[in-house]
Design a protein around this ligand. Structure first.
Ligand code: 5GP
Ligand code: ZN
Length: 119
């Protein structure tokens, strides 16, 4: 099946294909993780599905895949040695959620004391 126009234009699909370089920290058949280009903390990694999923809002009925993505986020946080000091996992959906890249990604943030405010 050929990719639709959303996937063709999607920057994280291009990263998943290897068409755009990224600083990868994890990859398996389903999920990739790479450092954010504009890090907000000493460790700032994005965990994303290889296939195009617009946001977490599409995964309500796919708990197995949701679990895979979150398990990779935890794996990355532990590999970044954030478990003891603490870390934040965050994912944005849609306009009011301030999602800027419409391909699901979970932010893994840590390495400094994060602001307690989320919005
Ligand atoms: P959002 O606002 O959608 O939750 O987060 C998008 C994130 O993707 C931002 O933190 C932004 O810095 C990051 N980002 C945008 N374009 C690129 C890119 O081409 N490469 C990488 N590594 N990160 C990107
Ligand atoms: Zn995509």
């Amino acid at each position: 099946m050929s990719a639709d126009s959303t996937e063709q234009d999607c920057i994280f699909c291009a990263i998943a294909r290897g068409d755009i370089p990224s600083d990868g920290v994890y990859a398996d058949d389903h999920v990739i993780a790479f450092r954010d280009i504009n890090p907000q903390a000493p460790s700032h990694v994005l965990v994303a599905p290889r296939r195009h999923v617009a946001s977490i809002d599409e995964l309500k009925d796919d708990q197995e895949f949701l679990g895979r993505v979150m398990a990779v986020a935890i794996t990355v946080a532990q590999a970044e040695e954030l478990a003891e000091s603490g870390y934040r996992l965050a994912t944005n959906h849609g306009r009011d959620g301030a999602q800027s890249v419409p391909h699901l990604h979970v932010h893994v943030l840590g390495g400094r004391a994060l602001n307690g405010r989320l919005g």
